[in-house]
Design a protein around this ligand. Sequence first.
Ligand code: URA
Length: 212
Amino acid sequence: MATRKPRAALPPPSHRERVLAALHEEIRACQRCPLWATRTQAVPGVGPADARVMLVGEAPGRQEDLKGEPFVGTAGSSLDTLLASIDLTRGEVYITNVVKSRPFVGPPPGRNRPPSTNEIQACRGWLDEQVRIIRPQVVVAMGRIALEYVLPGRRISEVHGTPQRQDARTILPLFHPAAALHRQALRDVLKQDFLVLGRLLRRQERPQPGRK
Ligand code: URA
């Protein structure tokens, strides 16, 4: 009988991975706003606990609610293409949303809607925690809702594609990939703005002092 090669043992999870996994569990059990009652599941986020880049969208849509992962619908394919354009894969970045449960209108499954101010307020503490644990070098705010979280009062049409320094990190505001899906002009702008992310990352090559 052919002997099977023993599989190499996976390294044990780092402290940061364990803390992030525990946070994801708390988010999955969250009942801070009424969306918990209508969701299939909460969508905490995906990606490495030590990601250099955190991409922040608005809220899960129907596909995300079903799968438990952010950006897996049509906006997600567009995001994958944009990441590939700067030689990044989904596995190298941390992807999440400001709101972790799906807002919708109408009888289930209903239509996606933007999150309300109360839903954003109830949820924003989770994103604060994710940023604190992951400590990304660059936070990419995709669309109006994410921009309001990182740079309150700013307009996406004015700041998109322009990196903003905030404490130890860089904020890069971008149009939302879903907004660009049906508007060729926006799509072109988004492609150009993504190149800015590529340049930022090349400039801030690892290792960063004090980052473990
Ligand atoms: N999917 C998400 O996870 N977030 C968005 O903002 C849009 C689609």
